[in-house]
Design a protein around this ligand. Structure first.
Ligand code: THG
Length: 368
C-alpha cells in the first residue's frame, strides 16, 4: 500500500468533498486529476451500478473548448469521423488521430454550434495538440480548458433520479443528444451518455460553485432510490467493451485496430490528419484488432501491464483489461489480437499474473 503525495499539479475536483464524504477507497490519476476507482469494493460497486443509480465524479474528463469562426474547420482536422450532419444538440464519440493514424485520444465531442465545441477528453494531453494545430494553421479559434466538470448519473434508476432534480424533460433526451437544463440560477448541458452500459446522463457542470449544491441535490432527491457515489467500474466496462485510452489502446494503435472503423470515413471527410494512412489501412484491413476474450480458471487479479497471448509458442497479441465477472461467472477481458488468431473460438495461451491460463477469443462483448 502506498499513498499519493498531493500538490497543485495533482488536482482535486469541485466534487472531491462529496466523494470523500461517501467513503472513496481508491483513486487513479486521469488528466492530472483524481478519479475515484473504488467505493465499497469493485464487485459491490458493480452490483449496485447494475441495479440502482450512482453519481460519478468524472471531472477528469476535461474539456478542450474550441471557440471562434474556425472551430468546425479545426474539429474536422482532428477526426476521421464525418461531422457534416452533426446537429447543435449532439455528442459524437470521435477517434482523434495523428499523422501516422495513431490514436491520440478517444473523446466525446459536444457541438454547441458551428463556432463552439467541447471535446471531452480521455487521458492524454490533447489540449497541446489542438492548440499547436490551431496556431500552426493560423486558424481564428480560441483553444482553452474551460471551468467545466462532468458529473455522470448512471444506472437503471438514473432517469427517475434525474427527473426529480431537472424535471421530466430529461426523459426526452435522446442517446448522445443533450438539452440545456436549469439548476438554481444557471443552466447545464445534460446529455444522455456515460461510460457504462447501464444507461444514464452526463451533466457538464459549468462553474465550480454549483458542483457541491448539485451533488447534494442528487443525493437528497435519491435517498429512496438507493443512490450512491460510484465511478467507472472495471468489470462493467469490460462486459460492455468500453475501451480505456492508455490501457486498451495507445498512440501505437489505429482506430481500425480499436474496432472504431465505423467512425472512419475518409471518403466523406477529406481534411483530417492521417487520412492517407487510414485510407490504406481501410483498403488492406488492420493487422490486429480489439477482441473480447475469456480466461480460464478462477478469478484473475486485473492486469497492470499487458498479458501476452501465444499461439504455438508465438506471441499473437495481448490482454490489456481483465476481471472476474460475477454475472457471467468467468474471467472476461479486452485484448488486441493479430489477424489469423482473432476468429471467435480461437484458443490461445496466456501468461497472467496468476500464472499461465487458456484464453478464448469470443464473438461479442457481454453486454452491448
Ligand atoms: N463521457 C465523456 N467524456 C469522456 C468519456 C465519457 N471522456 C473520456 C472517455 N470517456 C472517452 N472514451 C469513451 C469511450 C466510450 C464511450 C464514450 C467515451 C461510449 N461509447 C458507447 C459505446 O461504445 O457503446 C457509444 C459509442 C457510440 O456509438 O457513439 O459511450 O464516457 N463525456
Amino acid at each position: 500500500m502506498s499513498l499519493l503525495s498531493k500538490s497543485r499539479r495533482l488536482r482535486e475536483t469541485p466534487f472531491t468533498p462529496g466523494v470523500k464524504r461517501n467513503g472513496v477507497k481508491a483513486y487513479t490519476v486521469y488528466n492530472r486529476m483524481l478519479l475515484p476507482t473504488v467505493f465499497e469494493s469493485v464487485e459491490a460497486d458493480y452490483h449496485h451500478l447494475k441495479n440502482h443509480v450512482q453519481v460519478w465524479d468524472v471531472s477528469c474528463e476535461r474539456q478542450v473548448e474550441l471557440w471562434g469562426p474556425d472551430a468546425s474547420k479545426l474539429m474536422k482536422r482532428l477526426t476521421p469521423r464525418n461531422l457534416d450532419k452533426m446537429q447543435d444538440d449532439q455528442c459524437y464519440y470521435v477517434p482523434v488521430v495523428d499523422e501516422n493514424g495513431g490514436m491520440l485520444n478517444d473523446p466525446v465531442a459536444i457541438k454547441h454550434s458551428d463556432d463552439r465545441w467541447w471535446i471531452s477528453i480521455a487521458d492524454s494531453d490533447l489540449l497541446f495538440w489542438v492548440k499547436g494545430l490551431a496556431i500552426g494553421a493560423g486558424l481564428n479559434v480560441r483553444v482553452i480548458e474551460p471551468d467545466v466538470y462532468p458529473l455522470a448519473v448512471q444506472g437503471p434508476k438514473a432517469d427517475d433520479l434525474m427527473a426529480r432534480v431537472f424535471g421530466d424533460e430529461v426523459r426526452s433526451i435522446g442517446f448522445f443528444r443533450y438539452k440545456w437544463m436549469r439548476f438554481k440560477d444557471t443552466k447545464f448541458i445534460v446529455a444522455r451518455s456515460g461510460y457504462s452500459k447501464q444507461g444514464g446522463y452526463e451533466i457538464y457542470v459549468e462553474n465550480e460553485i454549483y458542483a457541491m449544491p448539485l451533488w447534494d441535490a442528487l443525493f437528497d432527491a435519491g435517498a429512496d432510490l438507493n443512490v450512491r457515489a460510484g465511478c467507472p467500474n472495471l468489470i462493467e466496462r469490460v462486459e460492455g467493451g468500453l475501451l480505456s485510452y492508455g490501457n486498451d489502446m495507445t498512440m501505437a494503435n489505429t482506430p481500425l485496430e480499436c474496432d472504431l472503423g465505423r467512425f472512419c470515413k475518409p471518403a466523406e471527410n477529406n481534411d483530417f490528419i492521417g487520412r492517407e494512412i487510414l485510407e490504406q489501412e481501410i483498403a488492406n484491413g488492420p493487422s490486429r484488432e480489439v477482441r473480447p476474450i475469456t480466461i480460464s480458471g478462477d478469478a484473475v487479479t486485473p492486469p497492470t501491464a499487458p498479458w501476452p497471448l501465444f499461439k504455438e509458442g508465438k506471441q499473437v497479441g495481448s490482454v490489456t483489461s481483465a476481471a472476474w465477472s460475477p454475472d457471467f461467472q468467468e474471467n472476461i477481458a479486452i485484448g488486441m489480437v493479430e489477424t489469423g488468431s482473432w476468429d471467435a473460438g480461437t484458443i490461445l495461451d496466456i501468461d497472467t499474473s496468476n500464472g499461465p491460463r487458456q484464453a478464448e477469443v469470443k464473438a461479442e462483448f457481454w453486454s452491448k
